[in-house]
Write a protein that binds this ligand. Structure first.
Ligand code: GDP
Length: 551
């Protein structure tokens, strides 16, 4: 057997070789060897120290989420921090005058919030539901309520824009009741507060309520151990390479630490906080941007510090293998499934697409939104998706499958651009997700073709049948409903079974050709391309409408 140094051997070959050298082989599961041990062991209570609460602000667009967060950040800038350039890293730490701090997650879309949760990353401790007091409960407010409830995270209601004359918090509180949220002001349990991001009114109270809620939750973590963290955002930076913003869940992450994150290994080269400052060590609940990863991880991935580089590479390689295996083995589970998969294959139209976006979160949001466009007859098939510039591999793949490439806030690199021009691959740029989905939905509807809708317009009973010309048969009918027209589509049924699908070739009343015959009248009919017609048959006429479809 010729094998290279990196190639795996079959178990029996290993046994054979080992026995030549008088060794015995004991096999253990791959998982046991390669995956990190389940580190879910609880930390001892005496090692636990209080940590900052992690807060997500959710609510309807334009209800004031950003303004609220900005105001809180700007008024809590402590000495020495002023003038620091704020960095967008997906999360902020706000240090209060008394030294305590709160971590705010940069309001992700509600779907991103739930996506992370689905991957087991429940990073949020408290949700602030922002509702504009001059507006009402809007669709995204209700979405936010549902997502929060599903996550089982406590909620604080912030009724904003209290400075406006139309401000009517009572109305909001009453509407919240319909969603089973009984706020404090109405003797309920959910904390609520009236705030203004313009005047700052009520914001101290909001902070107090966050801290109070945090105290009730007894948020604690052990800072004195190897760090674990959750990725909240990741991207590929031109100069710095793969970057990930992580929230430390326990332990302290230090520069130089060797780590595994998702399917990648790496070593912390540097860490930056949300003010763009280099930091050497990150304690629990602190959001930091980590440099030095081997690749771009996904939001929701866990970062784990391990003892050696070899170990990190081993775990990463194992996870990569497992991820590939998962992608390639979508075997049908039963014979029945296999048949339906087979027949489905012929019936379903696939719309192939290649997606590139600037951040992982966008890629996922796009794929999710596109999957929602799919139905039983037409499906989006994402051939490839990723973070960063559009590459030659994307173009090759798109070319081979006749797929468009979608660039979300990214452009092709030089080589890819050249290839695109040469190969005439379609390229679409977007910077708003719903523009993207609108466009793709239109295109898919076009490929799907218009929908054929049949409207039944008439019914007639066959009374007698007689020869017409040399071989044709004509029938005498009584129109019982609607109308018959010359040339109209028709179905002939006998005992409710369709005998033929045809059309009215000729239509007469007495000896005259007519264009139309209405209910209650008798007429003579010759059907197109069929002579199988008998007394008692029913002729049903229908108009066909071709309607453009929407997705
Ligand atoms: P977001 O989409 O939820 O992040 O909402 P923004 O923070 O962007 O706010 C939407 C609009 O409402 C902006 O024009 C803000 O200036 C305005 N706004 C936000 N909060 C307040 C407030 O407390 N009072 C007043 N008068 N306007 C506000």
């Amino acid at each position: 057997i010729m094998v290279s140094i990196n190639q795996r051997l079959e178990a029996d070959v290993i046994e054979l070789v080992a026995s030549e050298f008088n060794y015995e082989v004991e096999f253990i599961g791959v998982e046991d060897a390669a995956e990190l041990e389940d580190e879910d062991t609880e930390d001892d209570t005496e090692n636990l120290k209080p940590r900052a609460p992690i807060v997500t602000i959710m609510g309807h667009v334009d209800h004031g989420k950003t303004s609220l967060l900005d105001y809180i950040r700007n008024t809590n800038v402590i000495a020495g921090e002023a003038g620091g350039i704020t960095q967008h890293i997906g999360a902020y730490e706000v240090t209060l005058k008394d030294g305590r701090s709160i971590t705010f997650l940069d309001t992700p879309g509600h779907e991103a919030f739930t996506e992370m949760r689905m991957r087991g990353a429940n990073v949020t401790d408290i949700v602030i539901l922002v509702v504009a007091g001059d507006d009402g409960l809007m669709p995204q407010t209700i979405e936010a309520i549902n997502h929060t409830k599903a996550a089982g995270v406590p909620m604080i209601v912030a009724i904003t824009k209290s400075d406006k004359p139309e401000f009517n918090p009572q109305k909001i509180r009453e509407r919240l009741l319909e969603h089973e949220i009984l706020v404090e002001a109405m003797s309920g349990e959910v904390q609520d507060v009236e705030v203004s991001a313009k005047t700052g009114a009520g914001l101290d109270e909001l902070i107090e309520k966050i801290l109070l809620q945090a105290e009730l939750l007894e948020l604690k973590a052990n800072p004195d151990r190897a760090a674990e963290a959750t990725v909240i955002e990741a991207k590929l930076d031109k100069g710095k390479g793969p970057l990930a913003t992580v929230l430390i869940t326990r332990g302290t992450l230090k520069v130089g630490d060797i780590l595994v994150v998702g399917t990648h290994s790496g070593r912390v080269r540097a860490m930056l906080d949300d003010k763009g400052r280099q930091i050497k060590a990150a304690p629990p609940a602190l959001p930091v941007e980590v440099l030095g990863l081997g690749g771009v991880p996904m939001a929701g991935d866990t970062l784990t510090v391990v003892e050696s580089e070899a170990r990190a590479r081993e775990v990463a390689a194992f996870r990569q293998e497992r991820a590939t295996a998962k992608r390639t083995t979508s075997a049908p589970t039963s014979l029945e499934n296999m048949f339906s998969a087979l027949s489905a294959k012929q019936a379903v139209i696939e719309y192939p697409i290649v997606i590139r976006a600037d951040v992982q979160g966008s890629t996922e949001a796009i794929i999710n939104a596109l999957n929602k466009l799919s139905n039983d007859e037409i499906k989006v098939r994402v051939l490839q998706s990723g973070v960063g510039a559009i590459t030659e591999s994307d173009v090759g793949l798109a070319q081979a499958s006749g797929a468009p490439i979608v660039g979300f806030n990214v452009r092709p690199n030089a080589k890819a651009r050249e290839m695109i021009e040469r190969q005439k691959v379609r390229l679409k740029y977007f910077d708003v997700i719903y523009h993207l989905t609108d466009d793709i939905a239109k295109e898919m509807a076009g490929i799907w073709g218009p929908e054929r809708i049949e409207h039944v317009v008439g019914r007639a009973e066959v009374k007698e049948v007689f020869p017409a010309g040399k071989k044709d048969k004509a029938a005498g009918l009584l129109v019982v409903e609607g109308y018959l027209k010359k040339g109209i589509n028709a179905r002939l049924t006998r005992n409710d079974v369709i005998v033929s699908k045809t059309s009215v070739a000729s239509l007469r009343r007495f000896k005259d050709d007519v264009a139309e015959v209405r209910a209650g009248l008798e007429c003579g009919v010759v059907l197109e391309a069929t002579n199988d017609i008998k007394p008692g048959d029913v002729l049903e006429t229908f108009e066909v409408e071709m309607r453009d479809r929407t997705l």
